[in-house]
Design a protein around this ligand. Structure first.
Ligand code: ZN
Length: 234
């Protein structure tokens, strides 16, 4: 084979690999999603981070997830939970649960841990480029909380992100290894504020700024979904 032909063939193969790679990484549902798969990190035998300033990560992650769940439902989004109690769910099962929901996004909730106790703040991770905007929206919204520290939007090859069919983000809601952040997340009022910011970011991202909770009827109308409380004959 002539050298130029060989190079041409190589570049076609490379382009095909890139295209097929993108297609298999994720389907872009970031502007159409109607279901949010919420994934409370850890659970059961897997406690996640355990530090003296707060309950275990698995407990905090579930609590925030259940709060986000309720808030999203109030804004007329459908939700699916990978766990709703203190159960161990393997990572691949979590991914499979998300991939089974067509037209969805996947949001995993965690708390962080570091050997360096001074480290604190929020981090939001993504893998598919389709999830970058959502990750940024969540990080920006969390940054509006008092005393927050924005540690940025980052890419990572976490399994729940890497193997997701749909845009998938992982939110680290603060460092349990940091004394002030650990005690703050021990407070249910603060956890509700964190959940509120995450839910607001998701709803605003989907339906437009200012659509969160304040006008649930308008949100429902925009989504084209019928009001679940309306009489059946309407
Ligand atoms: Zn975790």
């Amino acid at each position: 084979m002539r050298r130029e032909n060989f190079i041409a063939l190589l570049s076609v193969a490379a382009a095909a690999a890139v295209v097929s790679g993108c297609a298999s990484v994720a389907t872009n549902t970031s502007h159409t999603f109607e279901t949010v798969v919420l994934d409370a990190g850890h659970g059961g035998k897997d406690s996640g981070a355990v530090r003296r300033y707060s309950p275990a990560e698995k407990t905090l992650a579930l609590d925030v997830t259940l709060r986000v769940n309720r808030k999203l439902q109030e804004s007329q989004l459908q939700t699916v939970l990978t766990r709703a109690n203190d159960t161990f769910i393997p990572l691949d099962d979590r991914v499979a649960r998300g991939n089974a929901e067509k037209n969805s996004i996947f949001v995993s909730i965690h708390f962080n841990d570091s050997r360096r106790r001074a480290v604190r703040g929020f981090e939001t991770y993504y893998h598919s480029p389709y999830a970058f905007e959502l990750a940024s929206a969540i990080e920006r919204k969390l940054d509006t909380l008092p005393h927050s520290e924005n540690r940025g939007v980052r890419t990572a090859r976490f399994r729940v992100l890497r193997n997701a069919q749909y845009p998938s983000v992982l939110v680290e809601c603060g460092y349990l290894s940091n004394r002030s952040e650990g005690s703050r997340v021990s407070n249910s009022g603060y956890r509700d504020e964190v959940a509120d910011k995450i839910a607001e970011a998701i709803v605003d991202y989907r339906y437009g700024t200012g659509m969160y909770a304040r006008q649930p009827a308008v949100v429902a109308a925009r989504s084209g979904r019928t009001n679940p409380f309306a009489p059946a004959f309407q």
